[in-house]
Write a protein that binds this ligand. Structure first.
Ligand code: ADP
Ligand code: MG
Length: 262
């Protein structure tokens, strides 16, 4: 009979590394439970599969480069008059992702656009999808330096392999012709291949002026809006409402803040 260390070696050769690293415990556990052959084999395969899934989630979470970890459970829908719990549950099912629908999350700062996009990204990873998260400025940088640095090359490759690409704070700055072209090329490559989430404080009608060239603008909007759901988040800023106030009691509202400054 093969010794345990020989079995471990064979498992590694067969690329069952997770089972190899836990083999003695798995055997002891099966003996303790007086497991049948069938049960023992099932426990080995379940272990291998579970660990592989966990490792893939860890890897995808790292590759996604989220700015913070926020989940859908932490997203308070009662703050939103424009979005219901039923709609959030529907988004959570990710049918839109399979159907390559794009989501456009619009609203002023602090209303939960980034939070909702991150939460949907995390959900997607847990359901086995690959995700990339990039603030717009970073995306433009990656696109401009793809030919020059290995880091940007790797990043670009991961973006193209992602099932979901989240572009945060789209159009917060004007782009020059070269940047708009690179952005269009990327949208073109992702078109019909990945779902996209855009967050922005400006609606698609205002994107044109920041992209400059009318031809490129039309082409980009055409692809982004072809299959898109626009979600407006509340004007009432969550961040403003719940931030700590140095005055104690009632936080200062934006209007009061203005009059304090004046
Ligand atoms: P923005 O719309 O500017 O992207 P964020 O999504 O970053 O805003 O939200 C700002 C902060 O407020 C984050 O810490 C986020 O978790 C919190 N927040 C905003 N909206 C909600 C919400 N509906 N439920 C829970 N937390 C929220
Ligand atoms: Mg944001």
């Amino acid at each position: 009979m093969n010794s345990t260390s020989q079995l471990e070696q064979q498992l590694r050769t067969l690329r069952l590394a997770e089972t190899a690293s836990r083999l003695p415990e798995l055997i002891t556990e099966a003996e303790r439970r007086d497991a049948s052959y069938h049960e023992f084999l099932a426990s080995l395969l379940n272990h291998e599969q579970k660990r592989r899934e966990e490792k893939q989630i860890e890897r995808y979470m790292k590759w996604a480069t989220f700015p913070y970890h926020k989940t859908l459970e932490e997203f308070d829908v009662s703050e939103q008059t424009t979005l219901s719990q039923r709609q959030v549950n529907q988004l959570q099912e990710l049918t839109w992702l399979d159907q390559l629908y794009n989501l456009i999350l619009l609203g002023p700062p602090g209303v939960g656009k980034t939070h909702l996009s991150v939460a949907l990204g995390i959900e997607a990873i847990h359901q086995g999808y690959q995700v990339s998260f990039l603030p717009m400025g970073e995306l433009v940088h990656v696109l401009k330096t793809t030919e020059m640095t290995r880091k940007s090359q790797v990043r670009k490759r991961r973006i193209l392999k992602s099932d979901l690409v989240i572009i945060d704070d789209l159009m917060y700055m004007a782009m020059n012709q070269h940047e708009a072209n690179l952005f269009f090329q990327l949208i073109n490559e992702l078109y019909d291949q990945s779902a996209l989430i855009f967050t922005s404080n400006k609606g698609p009608n205002d994107w044109g002026e920041l992209l400059g060239d009318p031809g490129i603008t039309t082409a980009i909007l055409d692809r982004i809006l072809h299959h898109a759901e626009v979600i407006h988040l509340n004007e009432d800023s969550y961040r403003m409402k719940y931030r700590q106030s140095i005055f104690g009691g009632e936080p200062v509202t934006p209007n009061q803040a203005k009059s304090v400054q004046n």
